[in-house]
Write a new protein. Structure first.
Length: 227
C-alpha cells in the first residue's frame, strides 16, 4: 500500500483476480503485460486496471507495460500472501470435504491446518492428511496451529453457533459458505459466499440474454415481412 493512501475496498476485491490472471500470463512464458491485456484477462477495462495498480505504486511504462513477476510480488505482498495462512474448516459434509481437498489453497498461500465437526461418525476420520477433530477442540487447534481464518461449511441452522465458537477461540476472519447471515463482534471480518445467490445472478443474465436474442429475432422477422 502506498504510504498514507489506503486501498479502496473495491480495488482489494479485484486484486485476487489480477493475481490469478498474472500467474496464468507468467505460466504462458510472458514477462511483460500491458494494462489492456491484463484488463481483458481480468474482465475489466484498462483504465480501471491502471487506477487499481496505481494504489500499489505500480504505474507501468508506456509502450512497455508492467513487469509480470514484480506485479505478482506486489499484489501477493499487499494481500498478505508472502506467508502461508493456516485455516480451519468447520462442517465436513460434501462441501467441507471438497474445500478440504481443494488443491488451489496451497498455491494461493493457504493451508488447511484443521477440520472440525460435531458428528461422532466424522470425528477421527482423515480428509487428505488432516484428521477431523471435534468442534470443542477449536480453542486448542487455533492456539497450537496459529490458525488465522475460519471457514464455515455447516448447515444454516448452526452457523451462528459455529461463528461464535470461532470468535471465542480467537479467530478474527471468517469465510461463511452457509446460506445464513452471521453476527460477529467489531474487529472480526466476515465474507459470505452464497452459491444459490450467485446462481440466481447468473440466471438473471441468462434471462436477459435470451430476451435480447428474442427481440433481435423478432426485429429480423419484421424486416423480412416488410421486404
Amino acid at each position: 500500500m502506498t504510504k498514507g493512501r489506503p486501498i479502496p475496498e473495491a480495488t482489494v476485491g479485484r486484486l485476487p483476480i489480477y493475481l490469478q490472471a498474472l500467474v496464468d500470463i507468467a505460466e504462458s512464458g510472458e514477462s511483460r503485460v500491458s494494462s489492456e491485456e491484463l484488463a481483458e484477462a481480468a474482465g475489466v477495462n484498462s483504465a480501471k486496471v491502471r487506477k487499481d495498480l496505481s494504489h500499489l505504486g505500480s504505474y507501468g511504462t508506456r509502450g512497455v507495460g508492467y513487469d509480470v513477476a514484480y506485479l505478482i510480488h506486489q499484489i501477493r505482498r499487499e494481500l498478505g500472501l508472502t506467508q502461508d495462512w493456516p485455516i480451519v474448516i468447520a462442517g465436513i459434509g460434501n462441501l467441507g470435504h471438497a474445500l478440504a481437498n481443494y488443491r488451489g489453497f496451497p498455491e494461493r498461500g493457504f493451508s488447511v491446518a484443521a477440520l472440525v465437526d460435531v458428528d461422532p461418525s466424522k470425528v477421527g476420520q482423515r480428509v487428505g492428511l488432516v484428521a477431523v477433530r471435534h468442534v470443542d477442540d477449536l480453542p486448542e487447534l487455533v492456539r497450537s496451529l496459529d490458525i488465522a481464518i475460519g471457514v464455515i461449511a455447516t448447515p444454516a441452522a448452526v452457523v451462528q453457533e459455529v461463528a461464535d465458537l470461532m470468535v471465542e477461540a480467537g479467530i478474527r476472519s471468517i469465510l461463511n459458505f452457509a446460506p445464513a447471515v452471521i453476527v460477529v463482534p467489531k474487529g472480526v471480518s466476515v465474507r459470505k459466499v452464497d452459491l444459490a445467490v450467485e446462481l440466481q445472478i447468473l440466471a438473471f443474465y441468462e434471462q436477459r440474454k435470451a430476451t435480447l436474442a428474442d427481440v433481435r429475432r423478432r426485429g429480423r422477422a419484421v424486416g423480412d415481412v416488410e421486404l
